[in-house]
Design a protein around this ligand. Structure first.
Ligand code: BGC
Length: 499
């Protein structure tokens, strides 16, 4: 069968221009048989990746039991971590705070000025983390955080003549956002349970990361005091509530995925012995990414999900997160494509070696594919041609777009299951609530929020409309600072000073 080639160029949202080639077959756009095959394949993947409302409701039930178990006993797979963040902010917190945010992709240093009345200003610097830093020695990773913090202070606390504006002996309060599961005994302490999101820095799991960070800060004699170690979800809950008091749940859908909400201390049986009033409220960092880990009883895993898991640095762990978060969606699609290449269905007669490297197909590509508005699917042409040196037929491109949609939609509907579990545990359905959401998937993946809302309605019916997600405030910077402020106010007032 003869084929024709065409070429052109397409501009990516980043402004980068990519040249491309297309491949169409002689005569008709595509021979009828090929079209049929693609449609058949699509049907198979529709079955694999579609979650029915009934299945979602079963997942929600299992999720609820898991949340309850995590609250009642220490050391559970979904650890439901008490954070020692007591209640919501009043909105009147004021002052200047530093925040160090060690996330999945970047390190950020922020200076936040809380102005009260739910208002704030922020100055920040961002540093990209290298793979060596993520996998190297743990203490060196914290040394890097401290070095960046020192540079930030040296640059931001100077007058026009370059002299430090800090007074003798002044110590700046700091919130440290460390977005990995840490079990906490106090607010300024946290033992890393396990790395997630592909991190693997050695000699860190099982150790108090707050102490490791403090050591790096002390070595460089930086004039700061870390007053709170927080998770990004807890920060998001607090920051979102600071500006929108209807917020009752916070979720992150980014490189990783997780949620936090406020719980009555009396309903956290595992901390009964700490002498905190039953009616006090404390934020819980769920670490729900671990739901269904190891046993794999409840989530619908395809063979592609199993490969993602088995080839990860943490086999069996973060089972929920591996179906949802931005770190994995591109890889799931890549594995499907590789399977179809092996079956001789895609990219016939072309060298596909560039697609064979794990994680080359980033989740951002799925976003671009899904949002390609052109009939010819020019963006998809560009992606495959530019990054993988592959020509595509229109039928292939339509198939890729449909696949991206299936994988993105499944992620959003599973996310809805997690939110629904917290909503029903806390009885928020009748009165409704806002869910502060953040992360690249939520913010950039087309239709993600709509699909979460659709999922909530599939689970709860009409009442699902009472639960609305909205783009959250910056939890890791602003939230961290508000928590540092709340902690200072609490301790100054002599309240629960032992935690
Ligand atoms: C981490 C959580 C974090 C989430 C979102 C997960 O991998 O375990 O602590 O909140 O990613 O960043």
């Amino acid at each position: 069968m003869a084929s024709r080639r065409g070429s052109g160029s397409v501009t990516l949202p980043s402004g980068q221009t990519m040249a491309y080639h297309t491949r169409t077959h002689d005569g008709d756009e595509l021979p009828h048989a090929t079209k049929k095959t693609m449609a058949d394949h699509l049907r198979k993947f529709e079955q694999l990746f579609t979650l029915t409302p009934q299945r979602m409701r079963m997942i929600v039930e299992a999720f609820k039991e898991t949340l309850a178990l995590g609250l009642s006993q220490p050391g559970q797979i979904v650890p439901m971590i008490p954070t020692f963040v007591f209640g919501y902010p009043t909105g009147q917190e004021t002052g200047e705070y530093l925040a160090v945010d060690l996330g999945g992709t970047n390190l950020r240093i922020c200076l936040v000025t809380l102005q009260g009345k739910g208002e704030f200003e922020i100055t920040q610097s961002k540093y990209r983390l290298t793979e060596e830093q993520k996998q190297g020695d743990g203490q060196q990773l914290f040394d890097f955080c401290a070095q960046c913090l020192k540079t930030f202070i040296d640059t931001n606390y100077v007058d026009e003549d370059g002299k430090s504006t800090l007074s003798e002996g002044q110590v700046l309060p700091l919130g440290f956002t460390f977005s990995y599961p840490c079990s906490q005994e106090r607010i300024d302490h946290g033992v890393l349970i396990r790395w997630t999101k592909g991190f693997g820095a050695g000699d860190t799991e099982g150790r108090d990361v707050a102490a490791m960070f403090n050591k790096s800060v002390d070595d460089l004699k930086i004039p700061v005091k870390m007053t709170a170690l927080i998770n990004d979800t807890t920060g998001t809950l607090i920051a979102s509530h600071y500006v929108n008091p209807r917020t009752k749940i916070a979720v992150i859908f980014g490189t990783g995925c997780n949620a936090a909400y406020m719980e009555r201390v009396g309903d956290i049986p595992k901390i009964k012995n700490l002498g905190i009033d039953d009616d006090a409220e404390m934020a819980i960092n769920c670490e729900w990414g671990a739901f269904d880990s190891f046993k794999h009883e409840h989530l619908p895993r395809t063979k592609y999900d199993q490969i993602v898991d088995e080839s990860s640095n943490k086999v069996g762990e973060q089972a929920f997160e591996k179906l949802i978060s931005g770190r994995y969606l591109g890889e799931i699609l890549r594995l499907v494509l590789c399977d179809l290449i092996d079956e001789g269905v895609l990219f016939l007669g072309q060298n596909t070696y560039k697609l064979e490297t794990p994680y080359v197909l980033e989740t951002a590509f799925l976003s671009l594919m899904e949002s390609d508005p052109t009939d010819e699917l020019l963006m998809i042409i560009g992606i495959f041609s530019h990054f993988f040196a592959l020509d595509t037929t229109l039928a292939e491109r339509q198939f890729f777009k449909a696949l991206a949609k299936l994988i993105g939609r499944r992620a959003a509907r599973l996310s809805a299951c997690g939110i629904a579990a917290i909503v029903s545990k806390k009885n928020y359905l009748e009165e409704g609530c806002s869910v502060g959401a953040d992360g690249s998937l939520y913010n950039k993946y087309p239709h993600f929020a709509d699909r979460v809302h659709e999922g909530l309605q599939d689970i709860f019916g009409e009442k699902g409309k009472n639960i609305i997600t909205h783009h959250a405030e910056d939890g890791s910077g602003v939230g961290s600072s508000i928590i540092a402020a709340m902690t200072k106010i609490r301790k100054d007032a002599g309240k629960y000073t032992h935690v």
